[in-house]
Design a protein around this ligand. Structure first.
Ligand SMILES: Cc1cc2nc3c(=O)[nH]c(=O)nc-3n(C[C@H](O)[C@H](O)[C@H](O)COP(=O)(O)OP(=O)(O)OC[C@H]3O[C@@H](n4cnc5c(N)ncnc54)[C@H](O)[C@@H]3O)c2cc1C
Ligand code: SF4
Ligand code: SF4
Length: 372
C-alpha cells in the first residue's frame, strides 16, 4: 500500500474496488496519458483503465501520480482539502464543514421558477457567466428530449442553457465528464456544479497540485446530497409499482418522500424507504452531505420550500453572494428564521459521516456522533 508515487494501482485497490469510489470522474479528466475511461453501464458509474499501457489494475506510467492527486476519496483527502481551502482543518462542532448558513432565492421569476428550490444555483451561474467571472459551467442536463430521464454532463454558456438545465435529477451525473468538451471549445475559467463527491474534486486537485485541470476548475457550487439512485428505479419502481412512465414525468423532488409531478397534471408520492433498494453503490460510503469543499453549497431542506439553503464557505463564495445581493438579483433571510433547517442540516451531515468505513482514513469519522 505504501508507494512514494501512488498511481492507478493504488487508486484501483484503495478506492475504485474498495467501495470508496463515488464515480466523480476526477481521475479520468486528470489523466495526462488518456488511459482512463468511464462507464455508467448497469449503474456502475466507475472509472476503468484501458487495455493500453497497463491493464485493469495497473498502469505502466509509474512516475505519474495524477489520478491519485485528483481523487477526492484517496487517503487523507479531507484534512488536505480543508487545510488548502480554509487554512485549517475543521473543528469538532463544524458538522457541516466550514461556512455560514443563510436562505437565498432568485428574484427573477424565470430563474426562480426553473430552479429546484430558490433557483440560487442558476442565478449564480447566470451572474458569473454574464459578468466575466467564468467562461462556462459544467452542469447536468437530461439526454435527448428528456423523456428517458437519463442525466448527462453538460457545458453551459448562456442564460438559456443554464435555465434549460436547472432543477434536480436524483440519478447520477458525473458533471466533470463535460470538462474536455469545455476545454476543446476554448473555455479556461470553469465552474463545476455537483454534489459533495464532485465538489471536493477541484479542491483536492488544487491541494495536490494536479496541474492545468486544477487551475481551470476555479468555482465550485455544491449541492447537498444524501444519495443518488440507479437509473433502473424509473422502470423497476416508479413504473412497475406506481404506473408512472418516465416519459410522462414533468418534475421530481425529495421532501421526506419522492414527489413526482406528471405531464397530465397529476401529483404522486413514493415513500423513500421503497426507493432505498435502488441506492447507487458509489453513495453507500459517502460521508459528505453538505458538499463541504464547495465555494457555496446549496440545498432544499427547511420550512421555506422555495428558498435555497445556502452555505458560503470561501472568500470567493462570499463575494459572489454579495455581488448578487448588490445587483438586486436575490432575496436573503438569516437562518435564524428557520432553526429547524439548521438542526436538520446537522443531523443529516452527522448521519452521512457515519457511513465512512472505519478501515479507511479516520478523518471523515472524526466528529463525535453526539456533537451538534
Ligand atoms: C442528486 C441530488 C440529491 C440532492 N439531495 C438533497 C438533499 O438530500 N437535501 C437537500 O437539501 N438538497 C438536496 N439536493 C439539492 C437540491 O435538490 C437543489 O439542487 C439545491 O437546493 C439547489 O436548488 P436551486 O433551486 O438553487 O438550484 P437550481 O437553480 O435548480 O440548479 C440546480 C443545478 O443542479 C444541477 N443538477 C441537477 N441534477 C444534478 C445531478 N443529478 N447531478 C449533478 N448536478 C445536477 C443542474 O444542472 C443545475 O445546475 C440534491 C440535489 C441533487 C442533484
Ligand atoms: S472517487 Fe472519483 S477520482 Fe476517485 S477513483 Fe472514483 S471516479 Fe476516480
Ligand atoms: S451521496 Fe451524494 S455526494 Fe455522496 S457520493 Fe452519492 S451522489 Fe455523491
Amino acid at each position: 500500500m505504501s508507494s512514494e508515487k501512488p498511481n492507478w494501482a493504488e487508486l484501483f485497490s484503495e478506492v475504485v474496488t474498495s467501495g470508496l469510489c463515488t464515480g466523480c470522474a476526477g481521475c479520468v479528466i486528470a489523466c495526462p496519458h488518456d488511459v482512463l475511461s468511464y462507464t455508467d453501464l448497469n449503474g456502475a458509474y466507475k472509472p476503468f483503465h484501458l487495455d493500453i499501457d497497463g491493464d485493469e489494475s495497473s498502469c505502466t506510467h509509474e512516475t505519474c501520480t495524477m489520478c491519485t492527486r485528483a481523487c477526492p476519496r484517496f487517503r487523507a483527502w479531507e484534512p488536505e482539502v480543508d487545510s488548502h481551502r480554509f487554512g485549517r482543518t475543521r473543528t469538532d462542532d463544524e458538522l457541516y464543514g466550514v461556512g455560514d448558513v443563510l436562505l437565498v432565492r432568485a428574484r427573477e421569476s424565470a430563474t426562480h421558477d426553473a430552479g429546484q428550490d430558490g433557483g440560487l444555483v442558476s442565478a449564480l451561474l447566470i451572474y458569473a457567466l454574464e459578468n466575466d467571472v467564468i467562461d462556462a459551467a459544467l452542469v447536468s442536463g437530461l439526454e435527448g428530449d428528456g423523456s428517458t430521464w437519463k442525466a448527462e454532463p453538460r457545458v453551459v454558456r448562456t442564460r438559456e442553457e443554464v435555465l434549460a438545465t436547472a432543477g434536480s435529477r436524483y440519478t447520477y451525473s458525473p458533471n466533470l465528464m463535460a470538462y474536455q468538451q469545455a476545454v476543446d471549445a476554448g473555455y479556461e475559467r470553469l465552474a463545476v456544479v455537483g454534489m459533495g463527491c464532485m465538489a471536493s474534486t477541484p479542491g483536492v486537485m488544487q491541494a495536490r497540485k494536479a496541474g492545468k485541470v486544477a487551475r481551470r476548475l476555479g468555482l465550485t457550487i455544491g449541492l447537498l446530497c444524501s444519495k443518488t439512485f440507479n437509473d433502473a428505479i424509473f422502470d423497476e419502481l416508479f413504473e412497475a409499482k406506481y404506473g408512472i412512465a418516465k416519459a410522462n414525468i414533468q418534475k421530481m423532488n425529495i421532501k421526506g418522500v419522492f414527489q413526482i409531478w406528471t405531464k397530465d397534471g397529476a401529483y404522486h408520492e413514493v415513500p423513500l424507504k421503497e426507493a432505498h433498494a435502488w441506492t447507487r453503490e458509489g453513495c453507500e460510503h459517502c460521508p459528505d452531505f453538505s458538499a463541504e469543499h464547495a465555494d457555496i453549497s446549496c440545498g432544499g431542506i427547511g420550512t421555506f420550500a422555495d428558498w435555497t439553503l445556502t452555505i458560503t464557505r470561501t472568500d470567493q463564495g462570499r463575494s459572489l453572494i454579495a455581488a448578487l445581493i448588490d445587483a438586486n438579483l436575490v432575496d436573503v433571510k438569516p437562518i435564524d428564521e428557520d432553526p429547524d433547517a439548521l438542526a436538520l442540516l446537522k443531523k443529516l451531515a452527522r448521519l452521512s459521516r457515519r457511513r465512512w468505513p472505519e478501515s479507511a482514513d479516520p478523518s471523515p469519522r472524526r466528529i463525535p456522533v453526539t456533537a451538534g
